[in-house]
Design a protein. Structure first.
Length: 269
């Protein structure tokens, strides 16, 4: 992927920035040894840092569809591409500072016109990339890195330059085959308290709504001794004794009325 980014930048700069000039395009480190050996106008794009763009990392795997018999069938699953930031130090090398500034101005205008890499400049695997290749030019560097530190590491003198950041996707060559498709309707089993079970397909397959085979639990059998006691209590209270709600519950706690024997009066002799 990195070499494809280099070739895409070469094509874009040569077409839109140099405008047919005979300046060379290089990707070497601009140190003292290299600068002493150059003898023609050169635009150097030095790759000095590679970092992953964690803010745009995706974790959901993608479903890859397409089959000879069914184009909607999921054949495999792949992880999403990981995006990386490739930082380039862009410099211009000529005999005169004015010519270098003119080249830098043309390079700046080129990258400002193209926030993304044009499709006709893409090469290699980038031509088939499903995500755009982003171009950011002359942005402030992060706090943990400065341009002066880069020049100090190169051992050269500080020079006017542009910081170009290319945000490109990197395909992870990993794929997991998908499982076989489901060809039958799911079936459900409903069981009731009595242990009986009823099997059935989905409501769509049966042509109606799903019904549960559950049954209400049967009422407990009445105690014959309790029934006899209730009838005995009702005989003392009258025919309406068990007509009101809760009469059966209250019948056990309400005492039966007492039976009194009438007094007999003796007649006077």
């Amino acid at each position: 992927m990195i070499q494809d980014v280099d070739e895409s930048l070469r094509a874009l700069v040569k077409r839109d920035a140099l405008n047919g000039s005979k300046a060379d395009i290089a990707f070497d480190a601009p140190n003292k040894e290299w600068s002493s050996r150059r003898n023609t106008p050169t635009v150097d794009l030095y790759l000095y840092d590679i970092r992953e763009d964690l803010e745009q990392r995706e974790v959901m795997w993608e479903d890859i569809r397409g089959d000879a018999s069914n184009s909607r069938l999921v054949t495999e699953r792949r992880p999403p591409p990981r995006r990386f930031k490739l930082s380039y130090l862009v410099t211009a090398w000529t005999q005169r500072p004015e010519d270098e500034h003119r080249l830098l101005s043309s390079l700046l205008a080129c990258f400002l016109r193209h926030p993304t890499m044009p499709a006709d400049a893409l090469s290699g695997v980038l031509a088939d990339a499903r995500q755009p290749i982003l171009l950011n030019i002359a942005l402030p560097p992060p706090q943990d890195r400065s341009i002066s530190d880069v020049w100090s590491a190169l051992g050269g003198e500080l020079k006017a330059s542009l910081d170009l950041v290319v945000n490109a996707p990197f395909e992870v060559k990993v794929a997991i085959p998908a499982g076989p498709p489901v060809l039958e309707e799911p079936r459900f089993t409903f069981a009731g308290p009595d242990g009986e079970a009823e099997e059935g397909a989905t409501p769509a397959a049966r042509g109606g709504r799903a019904r549960c085979a559950c049954r209400r639990p049967p009422r407990a059998a009445a105690d014959p001794r309790r029934r006899t006691h209730l009838r005995r209590q009702a005989s003392f209270r009258g025919p309406d004794a068990l007509s009101h709600p809760g009469a059966e519950r209250d019948a056990d706690v309400v005492p039966a009325p007492s039976m009194k024997t009438p007094r007999r009066h003796r007649s006077a002799a």
